[in-house]
Write a protein that binds this ligand. Structure first.
Ligand SMILES: CC(C)(COP(=O)(O)OP(=O)(O)OC[C@H]1O[C@@H](n2cnc3c(N)ncnc32)[C@H](O)[C@@H]1OP(=O)(O)O)[C@@H](O)C(=O)NCCC(=O)NCCS
Length: 294
């Protein structure tokens, strides 16, 4: 087996290999060349620091690395079912962590879906430590509040403003949260056409939510409450957003499970689809792998 930088393959080959590694995955995530291209751009995936493991030209598995200023993030790791439990996943991780080390990242981040024991065990064995649980939430467009009195508990919105992409990026410069890689400002900037809605409530609450619209879906939803009760203002904020875009389905990725705004998401009609475990590895403890271990 050899580890070959992902730059040696076409996006079609990488997308095909990725799909084969995920054939039995807990959450179906089919990949096309267009989606992979966009994923690489939005999440700053560095293909030279990413790789495929191959045996006589046949791809056995792949892994990718996102790189930002002194930050590294492992993503898209997968081994074909026929090649598993032979050290391929560990070898790919070695390649990615070596690249993260060369980049000078003090830590490397990744997420694993809760319940994915093989991957979780692999990351534990490499010294990754859990930092938090992240919720991936969805909201169907037809949601209507059914609980009587719920409307009254939510503060009334006094003022609404919308911001274009540039103004949204300026707003994000002052964000207070600790975003996961998917929601970092770079991801929202790279995603382009991300807007924001800013509200003030009659009782002095303030908050904003970013979003990107398409015909069927709202994505890039990141909410922040700067004044007032986090859950109540978040509920008002999200309900206002969904009144504007009443026909779209919505997906909000990687909301920390202990985020005080989460009850506001539930009140606005979101439900938990699945959870990810965010993990971090301290790179000071990483002994470069090289290829000797293969
Ligand atoms: C996770 C995955 C990449 C592991 O690849 P692999 O090549 O089988 O892993 P390795 O053979 O290198 O095993 C490395 C370690 O992972 C853990 N591991 C792998 N498979 C495991 C399993 N079925 N059960 C428990 N632990 C497992 C073990 O700690 C193992 O070390 P050991 O062999 O010394 O016990 C592979 O199972 C896979 O592609 N799964 C589907 C896609 C996926 O889950 N990707 C990760 C998304 S975060």
């Amino acid at each position: 087996m050899e580890l070959i930088p992902a730059t040696e393959f076409t996006l079609q080959e990488l997308a095909d290999a990725y799909n084969e590694t995920r054939i039995d995955y807990i959450i179906p995530m089919p990949m096309t060349v267009e989606r992979l291209q966009s994923y690489i751009e939005v999440y700053d995936v560095d293909l030279g620091s990413s790789c495929a493991a191959a045996d006589r030209g046949q791809i056995l598995g792949i892994g990718m690395l996102g790189l930002r200023a002194r930050r590294a993030w492992v993503t898209r790791l997968g081994v074909l079912p026929s090649g598993r439990r032979q050290g391929v996943g560990r070898a790919i991780m070695g390649f990615l962590l070596d690249a993260a080390c060369r980049h000078g990242a003090p830590v490397t981040w990744l997420e694993v879906i809760q319940g994915n024991t093989p991957a979780h065990e692999l990351f534990n064995s490499l010294g990754f430590v859990e930092t938090r649980r992240l919720i991936v939430a969805r909201r169907p467009p037809a949601f209507k509040e059914i609980a009587p009195g719920e409307e009254a508990e939510r503060p009334r919105v006094r003022h609404v403003r919308t911001l274009d992409h540039e103004a949204t990026m300026a707003l994000l410069a002052s964000r207070q949260d600790k975003p996961n890689w998917l929601n970092q400002t770079e991801s929202l900037r790279n995603a382009s056409d991300v807007s924001a809605l800013v509200i003030e409530t009659e009782d002095g609450g303030r908050g904003w939510v970013t979003y990107k619209t398409s015909l069927l879906r709202l994505t890039r939803i990141v909410a922040d409450v700067t004044e007032g009760d986090p859950a109540a203002v978040a509920a008002a904020l999200l309900q206002t957003l969904h009144e504007f875009y009443s026909t779209q389905d919505a997906i909000a990725e990687n909301i920390p499970a202990d985020d005080p705004k989460w009850p506001g998401f539930l009140q606005a009609g979101y439900f938990e689809a699945f959870r990810r475990i965010e993990m971090v590895k301290d790179m000071a403890a990483w002994e470069p792998y090289g290829t000797d271990a293969l």
